[in-house]
Design a protein around this ligand. Sequence first.
Ligand code: ZN
Length: 141
Amino acid sequence: MRSAEYRPGRKLIGRFEHDSELLKSVTDFVKEKGIKAGVFSILGAVKGAIIAYYDQTKHEYREVQLDGPREIVSCTGNISLKNGTQFAHAHIVLADEHGNVKAGHLIRAKVFAAELHLQELLGPELVRKHDELTGLSLWEL
Ligand code: ZN
């Protein structure tokens, strides 16, 4: 395990605007607040979303489009730096009207209503770099 040590910074909560894009809103928010590293969780509901599954052989994301309203059962993510700017990485679990869930790497989602809880982390720069082995942008630790 490669690791780094951080200390807690600000704890922020926020309410997303109706019809906003979930991930872009998080990214805009952390840029506005000058947060370069952090962890977050989101609860609420979306009008639709695109999630993805990473094909570990082909090294590419396969997208799944989810149309229609769904509950955000869980959404956790982190903030770090990629290509010199803040990057939000999030995974999401979404439930339909029957309680059936779909989950994966969050590409984008249109907000119905949602709440953010974000913990800023203070310490060394947390930077993502391309990893040859996995094909992913991983933390350079
Ligand atoms: Zn992911």
